[in-house]
Design a protein around this ligand. Structure first.
Ligand code: ZN
Length: 146
């Protein structure tokens, strides 16, 4: 599978950016519905992707009698499985996020409590930190990693 296709599955497709009405309440009903829709669609795409890989692997597993072919095929499968693993984790995160929306706790930074903001959430609907806290967390992470 081309890398590009793999990356595409990590992104969200097919939604209209939310247009706020004047003075609209942040994360009121319409906004929450908007993000619920995005997240559900994203989740469906991911689950579809997972299913497709499993089918694909079942089909191919039987077709390589040559051990060399089998070895490279197993490598390919291992890569695919890792990608699927990431997707499964993402699906879990999406479920968690959907729950947050339901609890009306979605859209605020987990660390400092400010609004994460519509545009950032549309780019990354599972974001639970504002851009500042996220940047800070990444810097800290890098320092620990060194
Ligand atoms: Zn923050």
């Amino acid at each position: 599978m081309p890398t590009e296709e793999k990356q595409k599955s990590q992104q969200i497709s097919g939604f209209e950016p939310y247009v706020e009405t004047k003075g609209e309440e942040y994360m009121g009903d319409p906004m929450r519905k908007h993000f619920t829709k995005i997240l559900n669609k994203w989740k469906q795409d991911l689950m579809h992707e997972v299913d497709r890989t499993v089918d694909h692997m079942k089909d191919e597993a039987a077709n390589f009698p040559d051990p060399a072919d089998r070895a490279s095929q197993e490598e390919e499968f291992a890569l695919e499985l890792r990608a699927r693993d990431r997707e499964r984790k993402l699906i879990k995160k999406i479920d968690k996020t959907l729950q947050l929306i339901e609890d009306e706790e979605y859209g605020w930074c987990e660390s400092c409590g400010i609004e994460i903001g519509l545009r950032r959430l549309e780019a990354r609907p599972t974001a639970d930190l504002c851009i500042d806290c996220k940047t800070l967390a990444e810097i800290k992470e890098k320092q620990v990693g060194k």
